[in-house]
Design a protein around this ligand. Structure first.
Ligand code: 8QM
Length: 394
């Protein structure tokens, strides 16, 4: 065996505070490295992460996309019918969801999402100082996304501890996971109840999924699990994506100046933040047989951790990879994944990002960090817990 072994812990506080030296060490070690602490392998170069995402035959999702191997440990919740399935089952449910989240359905949301973005930025401009995480990056998706799903107004913030728990669950059973389980315990029954047909108003994505059950494309039980996918994957991801964009624009004032000069760059500014900060940092796959990664051989049933965030900053692929550059040609970044599991909600995330950054670009002259940023610790997600911010009106 020639695969280099590394003693790093990519699920530790020290790593989350500054993952970049470890990312570089993993990329430089070779196409694949062995993570001795977790008896798993790591892939961090762009070329090999991208190839793994494309190769569902050799790198399965069905045994879980976390460290836990569903062939050996019982899944802690019913597996997702999208994220944690391979073809052919994956393709059947994905087809239903692609229909529900069609370009026409997403286009129909644009006016409401735009109005909500403008209103929120106007409100924040009235305040001396606010928290860009709680008052903006969380507030905006928590308004527009549950509206689009067709959820009631009450208790929407419960989606945050739920998402935090699920995204922690893809890592080891460490203290971050244990704390997240404690935080989410009081909201579990509520989340489950929101995926039922009776909880969902007629015009939304949730009702559309249940209509697919009427049509016989999925069962009623499957429809509920598919609604759960939206509730799990639709909030924390965009919260951290929008948070990343705000954090980037505040730290790279020249880029905010360019965005102000041409607000039509808003969509590109969001996309580049997703590349640079990679809100979803990692996912595992499980090998289905003897496989090769860059000429190194692994046996069957091995967990391999893909570092999307390291791939998105791989100097073998990107020029000045650590620079936030809103006019960079960043197509091909893997921040939304790649291949059959590529993000279903990306169209919605990009719409949210475009509209909130567009409103900022039109209404604000300056965006400044006005206090100590605090990092949020999560086994899968990268982002901030707090980002004190001040906006100056244009
Ligand atoms: C991550 O439950 C699900 O289907 C699901 C949960 C989390 C995600 C995706 C799907 C990638 C955003």
């Amino acid at each position: 065996m020639t695969v280099p072994s590394l003693d790093v812990d990519p699920f530790s506080r020290e790593f989350f505070d500054d993952p970049f030296p470890v990312h570089a060490a993993l990329r430089d070690a070779g196409p694949v490295a062995y993570l001795s602490r977790y008896d798993a392998f790591a892939v961090a170069r762009y070329e090999h992460v991208q190839a793994m995402l494309a190769d569902w035959q050799n790198f399965s999702s069905q045994r879980g996309v976390g460290l836990s191997d569903f062939a050996k440990e019982k899944p802690w919740r019913l597996p997702s019918l999208l994220l944690e399935k391979d073809p052919p089952l994956h393709d059947r449910t994905r087809r239903v969801m692609d229909g529900v989240m069609s370009p026409a359905a997403v286009r129909a949301l644009r006016a409401d999402f735009a109005r909500a973005a403008d209103t929120l930025i106007d409100e924040l401009l009235q305040r001396q100082r606010f928290d860009a995480v709680c008052d903006l990056a969380e507030a905006y998706p928590l308004t527009v996304f549950p509206d689009a799903v067709g959820m009631p107004r009450e208790n929407r913030r419960f989606l945050l501890p739920y998402g935090n728990m699920v995204f922690n669950s893809f890592g080891p059973r460490n203290d971050f996971f244990k704390a997240a389980v404690q935080d989410a315990a009081p909201v579990l029954a509520w989340v489950q109840a929101q995926s039922k047909r009776e909880a969902l108003s007629p015009g939304g994505f949730g009702a559309a999924i249940h209509r697919a059950a009427d049509a016989g494309d999925v069962t009623r039980d499957e429809a509920e699990i598919l609604v759960r996918s939206l509730l799990t994957a639709g909030v924390d991801t965009t919260v951290n994506g929008i948070g990343a964009a705000l954090y980037c624009l505040a730290r790279f004032p020249e880029q905010f100046r360019r965005l102000r000069a041409d607000p039509s760059l808003a969509r590109a500014a969001f996309e580049e933040a997703v590349r640079l900060e990679s809100p979803v940092q990692t996912f595992f796959r499980t090998t289905t047989g003897n496989v090769a990664i860059g000429g190194e051989h692994l046996g069957e049933g091995r967990k391999v951790l893909m570092f999307l965030g390291a791939a998105n900053r791989d100097p073998r692929r990107w020029e000045n990879p650590d620079e936030y550059d809103i006019t960079r040609r960043n197509a091909g970044h893997v921040g939304f994944g790649h291949g059959i599991h590529a993000c279903l909600g990306a169209v919605l995330a990009r719409l949210e990002g475009e509209l909130i950054l567009g409103a900022l670009a039109r209404k604000c002259a300056a965006i400044e960090i006005s206090g100590e940023p605090k990092r949020r610790y999560n086994n899968t997600l990268r982002g901030m817990a707090s980002l004190p911010m001040t906006l100056r009106a244009a």
